[in-house]
Design a protein around this ligand. Structure first.
Ligand code: FAD
Length: 310
């Protein structure tokens, strides 16, 4: 059995494995796809001390750093079921999709999240070519340009307010008859001069030419009329879904499916820690996930020295 078994090989899992292994304890990582969301990212400009890098390059660097240590990396392994230790300090079990099972005294769950997609033509084709999901990451790429934000929940309205300060013009498109964001955010949004709000709008296509977004089409759900808006960027803000379906019923999750953690990354199960986008941590970012993974590993180490092998 491992002393620390990390599930997930994104920034959070990589950081957790490095921190755990540097304590001289046996450490493994099981990941469906090492690198996580970073593998799908183009330019990264907000990893502090690295002014610019690209997703695949950062994934290779993370893997190389983990490989500096004696970490057992089990790539292409999907966890399907958590069986918590029967009593504090005994072994947790994680069942994998391939039928195998792994045992460990502590776990760090860092299975990340995925952006909910619109599922319209053009979305995949122009991903990273005008279609974006993270305003903190990609907002500055659209300085002075025209963008749309799809989604009028808190994340969409926050994104629109944030972007309005950077880009030339923002069109917010909400599917429902009304936005669902908190009133204070809606008031702030309505006070901005370079923002147009469209409700009852169903986005039907993201259009482009020469390999770049040039607009989007939507249907007015009240009249059935189709419209096309010319713009350079589309931010899809219809939800970030944590990869925690496999944990349902075994560990406390928030109403959004995030693993509930405290400031020491402890979960509802003693000896099971969690980090990164899969958790209730506010703000989902690479540098934050790396910090959270490090904290989770240090908490796991602390747990191990307090509940030493019997
Ligand atoms: P993830 O990166 O999601 O990694 C999760 C890991 O868990 C993966 O290895 C996955 O395969 C694995 N996994 C999932 N389910 C299972 C399972 N059941 N069993 C085993 N393994 C599993 N952030 C920034 O700071 N700057 C940026 O510029 C930036 N740009 C982004 C651009 C895009 C297109 C996207 C999608 C995200 C971007 N982000 C950016 C956000 C950033 O990528 C995430 O905050 C970060 O990757 C979260 O790290 P994580 O380790 O928590 O999760």
């Amino acid at each position: 059995p491992f002393e620390v078994l990390v599930i997930g090989g994104g920034p959070a899992g990589s950081a957790a494995a490095i921190y755990a292994s540097r304590k001289g304890i046996s450490t493994g990582i099981a990941a469906e796809r090492f690198g996580g969301q970073v593998a799908d990212t183009m330019g990264i400009e907000n990893l502090i001390s690295v002014p610019y890098t690209e997703g695949p390059k950062l994934v290779a660097a993370m893997e190389q750093h983990v490989n500096e240590y004696d970490v057992d990396i089990m790539n292409m392994q999907r966890a399907e079921k958590l069986i918590p230790a029967a009593r504090t300090g005994s072994l947790h079990e994680v069942r994998l999709a391939n039928g195998a099972s792994l045992k460990a005294r502590t776990l760090v769950l860092s299975t990340g999240a995925r952006w909910r997609q619109l599922g319209v033509p053009g979305e995949d084709e122009y991903r990273n070519k005008g279609v974006a999901y993270c305003p903190h990451c990609d907002g500055p790429l659209f300085k002075g340009k025209r963008v749309a934000v799809i989604g009028g929940g808190n994340s969409g309205v926050e994104a629109a307010i944030d972007l309005a300060g950077i880009v030339g013009h923002v069109t917010l498109i909400e599917f429902g008859a009304e936005m669902r964001a908190d009133d204070v955010l809606q008031r702030k949004l309505r006070s901005l001069k370079n923002v147009e709000i469209i409700t009852s709008g169903q986005t039907t296509e993201i259009t482009g030419e020469n390999g770049k977004v040039n607009g989007l089409s939507y249907t007015d759900r009240n009249t059935g009329d189709n419209h096309h808006v010319a713009l350079e960027g589309v931010f899809v803000q219809i939800g970030l879904v944590p990869n925690t379906e496999w944990l349902k019923g075994d560990i406390e999750l928030s109403q959004h499916g995030e693993i509930v953690v405290n400031d020491r990354n402890e979960t509802s199960i003693p000896g099971v820690f969690a980090a990164g986008d899969a958790t209730t941590v506010p703000y989902k970012q690479i540098v934050i996930s790396m910090g959270e993974g490090s904290k989770a590993a240090l908490s796991a180490f602390d747990f191990l020295i307090r509940n030493s092998a019997q």
